[in-house]
Design a protein around this ligand. Structure first.
Ligand code: PMP
Length: 406
């Protein structure tokens, strides 16, 4: 990233921390043995992998042998759902899974595939802030329920779930509880033992670690089928040669993120709230998606009335500012994200949604520049927009037309 550019897409991925990179470097061409080899090259690499496993276990309050390295949270999510579902089928137990409508695609797509294979899945509704409904969760649990999977924090709107309350319900009912903590790690303190969490997915690249590595924490004793088949790595539970440099970097990233959690969250929360206030005081018809307090410290998801998010994204990009939208424009039509839909955000506002996700290097000066650019961009776009102020909130459901044609 060039110095004069502003990166506000940290929910998508982050820059590798220089301390993390420094720890990784020797494992490319100095300590390059296969951690599963028995000779000294292998043993040295294994010691580094073990150290990373310990750091991650310490970061979330579990035992090192309950951490399984994966290629990221996508694989961890696929594995935990399919692995527990098929183990349950083999043991002739229940076939029902509960999740929510606002999960990441790696959970939702896997659930849909499991449904095709005969499993039953309940997708919980969320309220206007994106909180799952606990009464509905209680209602859906039956003797057939084998797994509840609810994300700790949402990647689009930043809503942080009442994860302890959900865990308590699962524990009381004796159902395995998994949480996708990809966005939450480094923002929320996890102690999986104290909290009663049975399984948790992690990803390295959201916390200033390298891409392509993550982990599944799985409580000892939980019955799960192997997902990646081949070698006998990871106690014969996940095949594939371990990516030692990435695992070393991931371990360091978790150590830093959990060590600095209080100071980092405080700094980000202050910047986040400053940015929201500035935008809302300088631009009309801007709404915050999600909850104003119970949200990720770095997430600002704003719905701009009478403009299309993608147009804002492109114009900000031209000004050297990177953000993302709450919708995907495909062949001339904008389909709002499943998260905003589940939260019942009106379609025009969902289409006008932009996610700004702050990071370690974000400064107040950068945010001031972004606000300045936004004021200008929104004015221009609204001037071009065929949608008048009187129509705000009135775009009919199901109307998929782009508001601004590109
Ligand atoms: N879950 C959530 C909530 C995410 O935000 C992401 C990444 N956008 C993933 C899972 C997938 O993680 P990875 O990139 O490590 O596969």
């Amino acid at each position: 990233m060039e110095n004069n550019k502003i990166y506000l897409d940290n929910a998508s991925t982050t820059m590798v921390n220089s301390e993390v990179l420094a720890e990784m470097m020797p494992f490319f061409n100095t300590v390059y043995g296969n951690p599963n080899s028995l000779h000294s090259f292998g043993r040295e690499a294994k010691a580094a992998v073990d150290n990373a496993r310990e750091r991650i276990a310490r970061g979330i309050g579990c035992k090192p042998d309950e951490i399984y390295f994966t290629s990221g949270a996508t694989e961890a999510n696929n594995w935990v759902l399919k692995g527990i579902a098929y183990a349950s089928r083999e043991a002739k137990k229940g076939n029902h899974i509960i999740t929510s409508k606002i999960e990441h695609a790696s959970i939702l797509e896997t659930c849909r595939e499991l449904e095709k294979d005969g499993f039953k899945v309940s997708y919980l509704d969320v309220d206007k802030y994106g909180f799952v409904r606990l009464d509905q969760l209680l209602h859906e649990i039956s003797a057939d329920t084998i797994l509840i999977s609810i994300m700790a924090a949402n990647n689009e709107v930043g809503t942080v779930q009442n994860i302890q309350a959900i865990t308590n319900i699962a524990n009381e009912k004796g159902v395995i509880f998994h949480t996708d903590a990809t966005q939450a790690i480094g923002a929320i303190n996890f102690n999986v033992k104290e909290m009663g969490i049975d399984a948790l997915s992690l990803s390295s690249h959201k916390i200033n670690g390298p891409k392509g590595v993550g982990a599944l924490y799985l409580k000892k004793g939980i019955n799960i089928k192997k997902f990646m088949l081949g070698g006998e790595q990871e106690k014969n539970m996940r095949a594939g040669t371990l990516n030692t440099p990435a695992i070393v970097g991931f371990g360091k990233a978790v150590e830093i993120a959990t060590r600095d959690i209080i100071a980092n969250s405080k700094k980000l929360r202050t910047l986040r709230d400053y940015f929201i206030r500035e935008v809302q005081s300088k631009i009309d018809y801007v709404y915050l998606n999600g909850h104003s307090v119970q949200r990720l410290p770095n997430n600002v998801s704003l719905a701009f009335g009478m403009v299309e998010g993608e147009s804002i994204l492109f114009m900000l990009d031209m000004a050297g500012i990177a953000v993302s939208t709450g919708s995907a424009c495909e062949s001339g039509s904008v389909e709002p994200s499943h998260v905003l839909k589940a939260m019942n955000i009106p379609q025009d506002l969902a289409q006008g949604t932009v996610r700004f996700s702050l990071g370690k290097t974000t400064t107040k000066e950068q945010l001031d520049y972004v606000v300045e650019q936004l004021v200008d961009i929104i004015k221009k776009l609204r001037h071009m927009s065929p949608i008048s102020k009187s129509q705000i909130g009135n775009v009919k459901k199901g109307d998929k037309k782009c508001i601004i044609k590109k």
